[in-house]
Write a protein that binds this ligand. Sequence first.
Ligand code: SF4
Length: 558
Amino acid sequence: MFCYHCQEAKKNVACDTTGICGKKADVSSLHDLLTYTLKGLAFFTTRAEAFDLVNDKTHRFIAKALYSMVTNVNFTAAEFVALIDESMRRRESIKQQFLAAYELKQGAAFSEPLPEEARWLSEQNTLDAFIEKGEQEGVQKALEWLDPDVHGLQECLLYAVKGLGAMAVHNLHLGIENQSHYQFMQDALAFTLNKDNSTDQVMEQLLHCGQLGLDAMQQFEQHNAERFGQPEPTTVHLDSWSNPAILVSGHDLQDIEDLLIQTQGTGVDVYTHGEALSAHAYPALKKYFNLAGNYGGAWQDQKTEFPKFNGPILVTTNSIQQPKKTYLQKIFSTGMVGWPDVPHIADRKPGQRKDFSALIDIAKNSEAPTPLSETSVTTGYGHQALQALVEPVATMIKEDKIKRVLVMAGTDGRHKERRYFTQLAEALPQNVLILTAGDNKYRFNQLDMGEIEGIPRVLDAGQSTGFCHIIEFLKSLQQQLHLDSLNALPLSFDLAWYEQKTILMMLALFSLDCRNLRIGPTLPPFFTENILHQLDARFQFKGIGEVEADLEAMLAGQ
Ligand code: SF4
């Protein structure tokens, strides 16, 4: 296997025997094969679109297949075999229809030469042949055909497109579909088949992907606000009560609502974990008394925290790790999440709620959670709450009461170097305001950071998609201060990356031409030295360094 899909890639190069995340070599190879079949499918969908031959089911299938490969989502080999099979069947069907339509229109045989990789893909017409060929040649061919800079950027594009696929599926569950997002995913997949792409061309695709990623985040957040009310600044308890309970992790607020409705009056409480913390800020969810609190920290702590929870655990959209024996009998997946032998809660039928009775039955016979903490945190600085702060923050910037705004968003992980984000937060002068979204906040949201004239110094915009509210806030601040660009604000970005979500944030910032961007704890391994030089020259993009030196540079506007 060869996977450098996330920040925890072995030695920051690649996992090559088994994934640090628990991904086995067979699943990794199936990811490679699924990616290749999707490229082949996209090659034909992007051409067949002109003849109106691509239906919504294919668009949705491609988004779902991309999402399935996102880090820590699904580890079940059989599901990837089924996706590869479906991908090839769809490709063959669309290819035949396209060739027939083309011949009819042109009155001649289709003669457009296929790119070398697409021809190779098209020749593998059975799953067995494809797997055999793919195992031997797939990744190696991709490496041979491309120059390392283009290859690295294209890998970044593929990861970002997988993140966009995840967003498209999250939005689809909310009833939102965006044809331009579907189109871009397929264009980008087909684009990577071209042998002679230049770094500039790939960068153009990456910037476009960043714009669409931000757009998808906005749609997701807007729908959640319409459905569950505008998030409100809310204090969330991290301690636990005496009732037995269910723990829910992931991004799906509808799952949380279904669970809250079904547990009402049963004596079973519901706690959030990781990024689900933001659920407490939504009026339509916080009204349930049995939404008891948030248990534990970010996703990577689950192996120590889940056993202490005592009750059943539901993982809704991502971030599952290999379950330990101590809670294997109590963990459930739903949506795209999957782990072999972990029971899966089926999707909701139209107009109905998901059936969580299996979890509720276990919870009723479970002990209450073992307390982990007695503190609390504040979340809920979504669109409305942040916009309400534009004027006072602008005034404080003018009066030099706020010296700098630091965006410390992104995803947490296991690396011990991630303590950088805690140390940096502790070292910041009192006149620096922190904006955050995603679960990197667990590195500093329990510190006593104080306030600046009544405004908390840490403003948590919620789960990673709340990053769009941070950008909207910064744009409003720019307008309020009559500045030419975001770069004219006293602003720094210090992102924690683990997987595609932060990669989309990074690309969104590139698309907005934002400067002074640091990322850590390591630089993405798919960026070559050359690419890093180019990104530094264009965006002042760099890896995190020592806390003291970074702090000094940031305060100096670098
Ligand atoms: Fe390794 Fe990350 Fe890939 Fe898992 S997703 S195999 S940890 S690089």
